[in-house]
Write a protein that binds this ligand. Structure first.
Ligand code: TYM
Length: 321
């Protein structure tokens, strides 16, 4: 069984990425598992190349600092030739309607003056990421589940049209923290590329910064610490974060907390504690560029090796190559 997942360096890793996804990647698994920095996905909207390179490096360090074994990581663009070749085959397996109805595409393209074609086709590249090495399970937060469904549909369609080439993958989302919300605007999800960072906790934020962000978290006028996500999204979000850090259900962590002030302090403490070792390990890695380069180079070789056979089989079945 192979698990695979990726994180896009379109910004700095935030708490939702960590609790909803990255933490799970570090926890379980086998040495067949693959976790990668999806740097090619960060090109779908305007970006700065130097900053992308720096953010890719930081994201790789965060994956390792979160405890993912060095043998399991790589950077997507290091196997760009295989992935883009497979993407073309999959684009010719996918319909326009299928990508046009992706929620993330609709959200990100709404109101934009120009829309990069890559923003539309990005889920097909993501399907290539998943299908190339033959992943069975894809651990992701809720917002990526629809993209994994598309990968699943494309795998089935290719297999039945041209011949068996792909493992049909499935998304795995965590029970809690599958959709962490922005602390300052709990109606939206926490996102690394949010325009306003007041409500976004970054994995590498210093403890006092984390505390400040929780102190300013938006709550409501009920003055009740109860887990009611629809009525009290801000409070429920903090209870979910606390639940993810303590391992107890969100309903239970509310017991004994009698004010919003205590809820904020308790949650901030738990997050600071949860991220402490991750931050320390990540900073050590960032201070050792040679070691990061070495890990990246071996990861690239391993990933290329993994994809080689399936790509050959796919092109043969598709009548090219
Ligand atoms: P990305 O970089 O947006 O997010 C990385 C992971 O974090 C999860 N996540 C969240 N979980 C809970 N609450 C949140 N607020 C939150 N925000 C993000 C995401 O669901 C994701 O699991 N396209 C992907 C990267 C990717 C990928 C892949 C994933 C590229 N190829 C192949 C799986 C398989 C992305 O941009 O994730």
């Amino acid at each position: 069984m192979t698990r695979l997942s990726g994180a896009t360096p379109s910004g700095r890793a935030q708490l939702g990425n960590y609790l909803g996804a990255i933490r799970q990647w570090a926890r379980e698994g086998t040495d067949d598992d693959l976790y990668f920095v999806s740097d090619m996905h960060a090109m779908t909207t305007a970006y700065n190349p130097q900053r992308l390179r720096a953010l890719s490096r930081e994201m790789l360090a965060v994956l390792l600092g979160s405890g993912i074994k060095p043998e399991r990581v790589f950077v997507q663009s290091d196997i760009a030739s295989q992935l883009t070749a497979l993407t073309w085959v999959l684009e010719c397996t996918c319909t326009f309607g299928e990508v046009a109805r992706m929620i993330q595409f609709k959200e990100k393209s709404a109101g934009a003056k120009t829309v990069r074609l890559g923003l539309l086709t990005y889920p097909v590249l993501m399907a290539a990421d998943i299908l190339l090495p033959g992943a069975d399970e894809v651990p992701v937060g809720e917002d990526q589940a629809q993209h994994v469904e598309l990968a699943r549909a494309l795998a089935r369609r290719f297999n039945s049209t041209y011949g068996e080439a792909f493992v049909v993958p499935k998304a795995v989302t965590p029970k809690v923290a599958a959709r962490i919300r922005d602390l300052a605007a709990p109606e939206r999800k926490m996102a690394k590329s949010a325009r306003d960072e007041a409500g976004v906790v970054f994995v590498l934020d210093a403890p006092d910064m984390i505390r400040r962000k929780f102190r300013r978290a938006v709550t409501d006028g009920f003055e009740r610490v109860e887990y009611r996500p629809d009525e009290q999204p801000g409070v429920a979000n903090m209870l979910e974060i606390l639940s993810a850090c303590t391992g107890q259900p969100p309903q239970d962590v509310a017991d004994g907390i009698d004010s919003y002030r205590v809820l904020k302090e308790t949650t901030a403490d738990a997050v600071i504690e949860e991220l402490r070792a991750v931050r320390n390990r990540t900073e050590d890695l960032l201070a050792d560029p040679a070691e990061l380069d070495r890990i990246r180079a071996t990861g690239a070789e391993r990933a290329a090796e993994r994809g080689h056979h399936r790509l050959a089989a796919v092109t043969r079945l598709a009548g090219i190559g």
